[in-house]
Design a protein around this ligand. Structure first.
Ligand code: HEM
Length: 144
């Protein structure tokens, strides 16, 4: 998906830094993104430090998993599946009902960093992805 000056700010800011983003291919394509999302939510379910953010989600995580997979496909530079099915992600607006402070951001990142450590063996790629996820998670923060 090309970044365009006409995109709403919330959409533009949640895109990763590079327009020609090779991350989707580097990480291993669709199956690898699905595995990452699966493990991420499993960790959110299990890690004590994620209890507060797990409680913001409904008991059934399947719809959240599917939406995060669709979103990450485009965000990582692969097929823009979320936008095709649901329109512009407007992630900041969609997260406003949830109180996201630095602790919530860090809990989300703890799950994602652990999933990345387990599933992305290339250290440079892992560091780039972790930095991009952090930028987005911090952008979604809506509490001091
Ligand atoms: C910073 C901490 C974060 C918290 C506490 C959080 C929490 C949530 C919650 C509670 C939902 C609703 C789930 C549901 O109703 O099934 C949600 C949806 C979603 N989140 Fe997050 N999230 C965070 C960060 C992120 C990040 C960094 C991304 C992307 C990289 C992301 C992507 C999404 C997507 C794509 C959805 C589905 C939106 C939709 O309804 O279409 N979230 N999040």
């Amino acid at each position: 998906m090309k970044r365009s000056p006409t995109l709403p700010l919330a959409t533009a800011v949640t895109l990763p830094a590079s327009v020609d983003n090779p991350h989707y291919r580097q990480i291993g394509g669709e199956q690898a993104v699905r595995r990452l999302v699966e493990r991420f939510y499993q960790l959110m379910d299990e890690l004590p430090e994620a209890r507060a953010i797990r409680a913001m989600h409904p008991p059934d995580l399947a719809p959240a998993k599917e939406k995060l997979f669709l979103f990450l496909s485009g965000w990582l530079g692969g097929p823009p599946l979320y936008a095709e099915r649901h329109g512009p992600p407007r992630l900041r607006q969609k997260h406003l009902p949830f109180p996201i402070d630095t602790a919530a951001r860090d809990a989300w990142m703890a799950c994602m960093n652990r999933a990345l450590e387990e599933q992305v063996s290339d250290a440079d790629l892992r560091a780039q992805l972790a930095a991009s996820f952090f930028k987005t998670a911090d952008f979604l923060r809506n509490q001091p």
